[in-house]
Design a protein around this ligand. Structure first.
Ligand SMILES: [Zn+2]
Length: 579
């Protein structure tokens, strides 16, 4: 959060009706989409030497882009109150969109005590003591990240923690969730005694006095997790702001939040009314919250697309995840014969309510991972299109679209269904995805190129906080199909790679389309929103020359509606190549 202004109204450049950015490597994205095989269109700023920026300066007025072009012409527009920012060779692209996030979850993670990388119990206790100073007595302190593998020979217990932090229940989850560590106040609050029933597959350690030691393993950790109270509205509001400011600091001007319930929506609405949203939020209502969906069906989707909070989407959940073998497959899992995952009714999908929301004009964003999950989800959408043709034009999305049968790939393009995908997931799942699917089906997994070639539109995102939302990681994953260690050599199923232009579009122009904003965002040109992201690296040039260096990129500045929402504290150190 370093450098992130606490109050966006105080941020440099706020209220300024005239901001001029100079000496930048501006990629406007005003040229045509690359062809489905990735080939660059003739109007793109690309020649025999590769990519080059198509402008060097931008002038902004009243939240909109006034001018894009040369430094000299931009400076001619300078007024008395204009702020001029010399970007010293940094790269500017249209404002980044993360089109599938969970911002409250991200904020909750940021709000917890972070024990990742902490080496000893004493060090961990010191961090918890520090946190306790700002938490009212009696309230829970939750954290995560102590390494149950590295600490296995000397597990922590309640003794030191209880004497150092006696007045707050403390629960520290481990790095991978297989260990839980608590103090006496937490054991008391949870009502845990030596006689408490331990869940099957779990362990509660006892001390030499026969009392619970404060250390729980495997399913036993649930005994602590279940005791932590659900956060108050005040806590949720704080976590929302933490999450949004973190996204702003990481270059994002818009988030699409994938699955909001009644309380989350009411907090967002309150923030919008108080003009406290630092970046734009495109809300997806959770289909699991039936009261909320019925309320919105009654009033219909938001008509405007340009307020800070726009609600016109319903998030549906169709099947499980591939890693835990919940994704619904057409045939058995390769590594678990007889098992095909779960979907539909079995996964709590309310088909009738989904159809009602579609008829009321909502865009559906339906989570589907397995090849059967995807086929069934497409069938369900298509059936409603056939019965109510007006529903077909609402740019419905399949979230993840992770494993798709070759028979179904062309249906997305034909039906106008957008594949909303996470390039990092391919990199994180590659260790086991082929074991689940086998060598045939893996060819239809994370198949960005196959989808484009079959005419489907894409939008890219992180699904944070489960994955790292860093744009540099996202672009690197999309462009190289290599992980953060640049493995494997040549890329994992490299034929599915995206070009730099496609990857950048996935997080900008194509995401604008996925939220009905292709006329106001996604391209840097006069009359559009002044939503811009400034970064140290030039992804277009690096993709060709040294894609691994994308991972070294940093965000310099984030501008939303002409306001500088985030500005890195150090002066930009851009050079021609960005660092
Ligand atoms: Zn999600």
């Amino acid at each position: 959060m370093a450098g992130c202004a606490e109050d966006p109204g105080e941020a440099a450049g706020a209220e300024d009706t005239s901001l001029i950015l100079t000496n930048a490597r501006v990629y406007t994205l005003a040229w045509d989409d690359p062809s489905p095989d990735g080939a660059v269109m003739p109007d793109a700023p690309h020649d025999e030497n590769g990519w080059h920026p198509d402008a060097e300066a931008i002038a902004i007025q009243d939240g909109e882009i006034l001018f894009v072009g040369s430094n000299q012409e931009a400076m001619e527009l300078k007024g008395e109150s204009s702020r001029v920012i010399d970007l010293a060779g940094a790269t500017v692209i249209p404002g980044l969109v993360d089109s599938h996030t969970h911002v409250f979850g991200l904020g909750a993670l940021l709000d917890q005590v972070n024990l990742i990388g902490v080496a000893t119990e004493e060090e961990a206790v010191a961090l918890i003591v520090e946190r306790a100073k700002s938490v009212p007595k009696g309230e829970w302190i939750v954290g995560r990240g102590w390494d149950e593998g590295a600490w296995a020979n000397a597990y922590p217990d309640k003794a030191l923690l209880t004497s150092a932090v006696p007045d707050h229940p403390v629960f520290m989850d481990s790095l991978h969730g297989f260990g839980g560590w608590a103090n006496q106040a937490a054991l008391d609050a949870a009502g845990i005694t030596p006689d408490t029933l331990v869940p099957v597959g779990g362990e509660m350690r006892l001390g030499s006095d026969g009392q619970p030691s404060g250390l729980f393993l495997n399913q036993g950790v649930e005994m602590l997790r279940d005791a932590v109270p659900t956060p108050s509205r005040e806590t949720l509001a704080k976590q929302l702001l933490l999450g949004l400011h973190q996204m702003a600091a990481d270059g994002f001007t818009v988030v699409h939040d994938a699955g909001l319930d009644t309380e989350a929506m009411s907090i967002l609405e309150e923030f919008e009314a108080a003009d406290k949203l630092p970046i734009r939020v495109y809300a997806m209502l959770s289909l699991r919250d039936e009261d909320l969906i019925r309320k919105w069906i009654e009033k219909g989707p938001d008509g405007d697309t340009d307020s800070m909070l726009v609600t016109r989407t319903v998030k549906a959940y169709y099947d499980g995840a591939l890693g835990s073998r919940g994704a619904r497959l057409l045939y058995d899992y390769a590594d678990q014969p007889g098992h095909r995952g779960i979907s539909g009714d079995g996964y709590g999908f309310n088909q009738a309510l989904n159809a009602e929301a579609m008829k009321a004009g909502f865009q559906i964003a339906i989570h589907a991972i397995g090849d059967a999950g995807n086929r069934e989800a497409i069938n369900i959408l298509e059936k409603v299109f056939n019965e109510h043709p007006s529903t077909a034009g609402n740019r419905h999305r399949i979230e993840h679209a992770q494993v798709i049968s070759p028979d179904d790939v062309p249906r997305l393009g034909r039906l106008g269904i957008i594949a909303s995908m996470e390039p990092p997931h391919a990199m994180e799942d590659k260790a086991w995805a082929e074991q689940r699917l086998g060598s045939e089906r893996i060819l239809g997994a994370y198949a960005w190129r196959s989808l484009r070639e079959a005419g489907a539109r894409l939008t890219f995102n992180s699904d944070n906080p489960g994955s790292d939302h860093s744009i540099f990681y996202g672009l690197h994953s999309a462009i190289t199909r290599q992980d953060k260690n640049q493995q494997p050599e040549g890329g994992w199923y490299a034929e599915q790679r995206m070009t730099a232009d496609e990857a950048v579009r996935g997080y900008t122009r194509w995401s604008a389309y996925a939220s009905f904003r292709e006329d106001s965002a996604g391209v840097i040109e006069p009359g559009r929103w002044a939503d811009l992201t400034v970064m140290t690296v030039d992804p277009y040039v690096l993709a060709d020359e040294s894609p691994g260096d994308l991972l070294r990129g940093q965000i310099v500045m984030t501008i939303v509606g002409g306001k500088v929402i985030y500005e890195r504290s150090a002066a930009p150190t851009g050079s021609n190549r960005g660092f």
